[in-house]
Write a protein that binds this ligand. Structure first.
Ligand SMILES: C[S@@+](CC[C@H](N)C(=O)[O-])C[C@H]1O[C@@H](n2cnc3c(N)ncnc32)[C@H](O)[C@@H]1O
Length: 215
């Protein structure tokens, strides 16, 4: 019994102190479920996520074939749920002005350490709270974070002719509240002009890659 009480008090104390820390770091207090998301990602990044340290091959391919050709002297970029900022840092090294937004303070701290020498504007916050000004970015990146409701905000924030690049895991099994379903992405980006699209199912899941332009 004593052990149970001790555990409960420890848990509540951690939640309270997390709440205080969140209020100090974040623009807005986070809900309990978002605090759990933040804790989860902070923990993962503290342990190390080496697979997210270097730019993704699809991003590099699209950068070389389309993005750099559309914007030879760089532009403004928004990297949503940027993690360690692998794409923001790459863009900053290629004359771009990137803004990286992520809920994990640990990820953003590591991003800043890696980005020494180049300029990446960073924000620690829930992207749902990020106020995207209309027609303010030449390029928006959304990699491995999915939120259906966020897509219209992204398109509104792109400048005319601006590019949207995304890579997502999807589920091949129809289920309620599934993150993203097979063949769903195309419907979500139907207002854009498609430049590149590939969906690769692997058993009951898969990966989808997309680059499109606002017309
Ligand atoms: C799989 S990682 C991908 C990171 C990065 N996009 C990349 O491809 O390297 C998912 C990221 O989403 C962030 N994230 C999760 N929920 C978020 C939210 N509501 N707002 C902002 N970032 C969030 C996590 O902190 C984590 O950095």
């Amino acid at each position: 019994m004593e052990f149970i009480n001790h555990s409960i008090y420890k848990f509540l104390f951690q939640k309270m102190t997390n709440g205080i820390v969140c209020r100090l770091i974040f623009h807005k207090p986070l809900s309990l479920s978002l605090m759990n998301v933040k804790e989860l990602w902070d923990g993962k990044f503290a342990q190390g996520l080496s697979s997210l340290e270097t730019p993704d091959p699809f991003f590099i391919e699209m950068y070389e074939q389309y993005i750099s050709k559309s914007y030879p002297s760089g532009g403004t970029a928004l990297d949503l749920a940027a993690g360690l900022g692998r794409h923001s840092i790459f863009l900053a090294e290629h004359q771009w002005k990137p803004t990286a937004v992520d809920i994990s303070a640990v990820a953003i701290e590591k991003l800043k350490e890696t980005a020494s020498g180049v300029n990446v504007h960073t924000l620690i916050m829930d992207i749902a709270d990020y106020d995207l000004a209309p027609e303010s970015f030449d390029l928006i990146i959304l990699y491995y974070h999915f939120d259906r409701a966020f897509f219209p905000k992204i398109f509104n924030a792109l400048k005319p002719g601006g590019l949207f690049i995304t890579k997502q895991a999807f589920s091949n099994i129809p289920k309620e509240n599934a993150p993203l379903q097979k063949e769903e992405l195309l419907a979500l980006v139907s207002s854009l002009e498609m430049i590149s699209y590939e969906e690769r199912p692997i058993k009951d899941r898969g990966v989808v890659e997309y680059l499109g332009r606002k017309i």
